[in-house]
Write a protein that binds this ligand. Structure first.
Ligand code: GCW
Length: 706
């Protein structure tokens, strides 16, 4: 019986390596590919507790009523997880079930009723067994991951008592990947999809991707860029997409594509893509039918229309609702059309922050039931901090979905450490003043994150960027989880479960996003990045063709002051919020100063809550950001003993880059503001290292996105 051998191995291991109980030694560097699914051996008391759980020593069987590819995935995961956590090979040979051999069991009760989308589960320790009860096989897969997440954190196996269901039906990732392998705003290598070799060859990475996504509750993936290629709507791509969808089905991941609105013309041979033209409607219906014939659970279309040069219904003087409904009728009750609200036009130059609201609120109630409007977290564009988007709560007759950007285009991309759960929670927890928080408004629809995944071995460009992928899934599952809890469980699974490590790394992660906001765009400044790469500072830029692409449009800095007046005296964007919400932001003396310059234009000597003039406070915020970046590097250096050398060094290198870049942002920004306000630096302030012209002349043709 396997159990005996496991015990002997364990005893040998304990005799041979008593020192290993204190700090792990790292025979092998890790490249991060395993993400948070490492199942590192438990040690000491935690290991003994798991071994000693129940009267017998090991869970030696998995029992379930029926078989399905999803339950096979669950059992493979449990075997892998227990084998890792208990560091022996108790695995059931070949994953088969042998009832006789088992004395302690993991019981899965999972009826086959996935159809109703119910994935609620319970996981409970029952005497000597662990029972996972789900309302479908997918629920049991989620339960298996939840159990392993608990055990990986060395929680007591005899006290497991989980009862979970997701807060929202759609928990999605949007890949911005092009068919040629380029990833727009991707900082982690090339695309993971090799459309050239599909459908004949399916890379194992795509299965690993589904597994990682399922482990955090993600249940839908859009495989291509919203700036969409019409290729994805051709016959040639149907079998390619079907092969991927087949690989993902056991993990509960539904496949979606971004649909190019002009596809009827581009690849359909029609003279127009007018959504009210019956020939165009018939074309979309035929495409949807072809996709559903090959992929019965195809998720639907994501559409970016009439935004940043993409085609859309307005090209034919039709509304966004006309466009969305045409596609939604082609899909019917088989899936959804997710229509993006990220629109802004060159013509309306009053305030970009107001445009999506003005465009879409009049369309409330005009969208078909299977249309979902996808709204970015804030009214501009994934900046380090934005107030919540005023559309949330303003369209009671339309299902709204939250869009966040995991890939950190504006928060230091691959290198800077910025843990985004506090950011997303700031938005999800905001009270719209119109019947609930943002999280409540989106609950009937869901959340989509622009993915940070690519071909890099570590998937996400940096080890800490994995935390944002993880956190996004966990928050879509349960927006009430705290940013701290998510950071802690992620770091415990990804790096080390030692409390001394977690007690340092979690606060470091929590502070990181505010640090980035401070050294890039403090006090509510926004959109100050350089054109093209969007990585470094460019606050001086004022000559781009479209006014709202210029940082100066957003800072409105002049000799008299700085900030965008969005009060009644200015653009009055404040009036788009519920009165109770607007009231918090109306008075520059009372506002949370993190939003001050978002809503107000104030003089350089404006008295801040600290009593200091704005100019001093602004500089202090940049310096505070740098100080936090410095602290993060120190904290990390102190944690060397807990991390394998490869991931330790990668992270240390990136933190050094972040320290340098924080100074670059601060110095370039201060030099720029000084050139505008002509003020001396407050006493004791370190002057920028270089003159403004130096920063202006920097060019980075090698930067991603250039
Ligand atoms: O933030 C901007 C990016 C664009 C992107 C756009 C969008 C897909 O810079 O590259 O295009 O957002 O969300 O549509």
């Amino acid at each position: 019986m396997i159990m005996g051998r496991g015990l002997v191995n364990r005893l040998l291991a304990l005799i041979a390596a008593p020192a290993a109980l204190a700090l792990p030694s790292f025979a092998q560097a890790e490249d991060g590919y395993q993400l948070w699914l490492r199942y590192e051996p438990l040690e000491g008391a935690a290991l003994e507790r798991l071994h000693g759980f129940g009267p017998q020593r090991l869970p030696s069987d998995l029992l379930w009523a029926q078989q399905s590819p999803t339950l096979d995935a669950a059992s493979r995961e449990l075997i892998r997880g227990f084998a890792g956590l208990e560091s022996d090979n108790w695995a059931v040979p070949g994953g088969t079930r042998d009832k006789k051999a088992s004395s302690r069991q993991i019981l899965l009760s999972c009826p086959d009723n996935r159809g109703d989308g119910n994935v609620a589960f319970t996981v409970k320790s029952e005497r000597r067994d662990i029972r996972i009860r789900g309302s479908s096989d997918l629920a049991c897969l989620y339960g298996a991951y939840a159990l392993l997440r608990e055990l990986s954190q060395s929680h007591d196996p005899t006290k497991i008592d989980l009862n979970e269901r997701p807060a929202m039906p759609l928990r999605m990732l949007d890949n911005w990947d092009d068919p040629d392998g380029y990833v727009l705003r991707g900082y982690s290598g090339r695309s993971i999809y090799d459309w050239w070799k599909l459908p004949e060859h399916l890379d194992q990475r795509l299965v690993d991707y589904a597994r990682a996504n399922a482990s955090i509750g993600i249940n839908g993936v859009v495989v291509n860029n919203v700036n969409a290629s019409a290729l994805f709507l051709t016959d040639r791509y149907v079998p390619k997409l079907a092969r991927v969808a087949d690989a993902w089905r056991p993990y509960g991941i539904r496949l979606y594509i971004s649909a190019r609105f002009s596809a009827p013309k581009d690849v359909g041979g029609l003279p127009s893509a007018d959504p009210l033209d019956p020939a165009v409607q018939a074309w979309w219906k035929a495409r949807a039918d072809a996709l559903y014939a090959a992929i019965p659970d195809f998720g639907g279309f994501l559409v970016k229309a009439n935004s940043e040069g993409e085609p859309g219904p307005q090209d034919y003087r039709r509304t966004h609702a006309d466009g969305a409904n045409a596609l939604a009728r082609a899909i019917g009750n088989r899936g959804v059309v997710i229509w993006r609200a990220f629109v802004y036009s060159a013509e309306d130059q009053t305030d970009r922050a107001k445009q999506a609201y003005n465009e879409f609120v009049p369309l409330d109630g005009k969208f078909d039931a299977n249309v979902i409007l996808q709204v970015k977290n804030g009214p501009i564009d994934f900046q380090p901090r934005e107030p919540f988007h005023p559309l949330f709560g303003s369209m009671p007759h339309t299902r709204l979905m939250f869009e966040g950007q995991i890939t950190k285009e504006y928060l230091g991309q691959a290198t800077h450490l910025a843990y985004l759960a506090p950011y997303w929670k700031e938005v999800l927890g905001a009270d719209t003043g119109r019947g609930g928080t943002v999280a409540q408004v989106i609950a009937p629809a869901g959340m989509a994150g622009v993915a940070n995944t690519g071909s890099d071995r570590n998937w996400s460009g940096s080890h800490f960027n994995q935390a944002n992928w993880y956190a996004f899934g966990r928050l879509a599952w349960d927006p009430n989880l705290s940013a701290e809890q998510i950071a802690r469980e992620w770091a415990a699974q990804t790096f080390s479960r030692a409390p001394q490590f977690l007690d340092k790394v979690v606060p470091m992660m929590i502070a990181s996003r505010q640090a980035v906001a401070d050294y890039m765009t403090p006090l509510g400044l926004t959109h100050q990045m350089a054109t093209g790469h969007h990585y470094g500072p460019g606050p001086w830029i004022c000559d781009l063709q479209r006014p709202e692409w210029n940082p100066c449009y957003y800072s409105k800095a002049d000799k008299g002051g700085i900030g965008f007046d969005r009060t009644a005296g200015g653009s009055n964007a404040l009036s788009q919020y519920a009165p109770s919400v607007a009231a918090q932001w109306t008075d520059p003396k009372a506002i949370d100063e993190d939003y001050l310059l978002w809503f107000h234009h104030v003089p350089w000597d404006f008295r801040m809550k600290s009593g200091k003039p704005l100019w001093s406070e602004l500089i202090q915020r940049y310096d505070r950001g740098i100080a936090t970046a410095d602290e993060m590097a120190q904290t990390w250096a102190s944690l060397q003993g807990y991390i394998d050398p490869e991931r330790f060094t990668d992270t240390a290198d990136y933190l050094r880059i972040q320290q340098e870049d924080a100074r670059w942002w601060r110095d370039a920004s201060i030099a720029n503001w000084q050139s505008i306000n002509g003020l001396p630096l407050p006493a004791g302030t370190r002057p920028p290292e270089h003159p403004l012209d130096y920063y202006k002349a920097l060019a980075f043709p090698e930067a991603p996105g250039e």
